[in-house]
Design a protein around this ligand. Sequence first.
Ligand code: C2G
Length: 130
Amino acid sequence: MIRVITYGTFDLLHYGHINLLKRAKEMGDYLIVGLSTDEFNKIKGKECYFTYEERKKLIEAIRYVDLVIPEESWEQKVKDIKELKIDILVMGDDWKGKFDYLKKYCKVIYLPRTPEISTTQIKRNLGLMK
Ligand code: C2G
């Protein structure tokens, strides 16, 4: 049983997120998503449209996702990988290199982002952002 984990805010869920989650699941048998809490998003400097509970409901509804856990800090990944017996960490390649320190605990794979779509782009197009 290959256990995969990925982390993110996943606000205004879109097909770029789905592409990432689909490919992450294809890497193994069980996919865990560390979903950034509202408090952690503040630390990340991200304004969310949906609350953690609302985003959690959306992510849990995705067929590729087996478990959603809260992501409350940058530092929790090592503990998560150990406690959840993670084999692979998957992130979009906007994070390329940033999680290489975790290579001593599990495989770390960066996947190409889906071009042209982002939560920021959606907000801009809807006039919700400058
Ligand atoms: N993503 C993607 N293609 C897009 C947009 C996002 O592949 N067009 C990927 C990102 O690379 C990331 C995941 O979808 O792997 C979630 O994106 P965000 O919600 O923006 O996540 P982020 O704020 O980068 O949080 O500790 C890690 C952080 O919590 C990652």
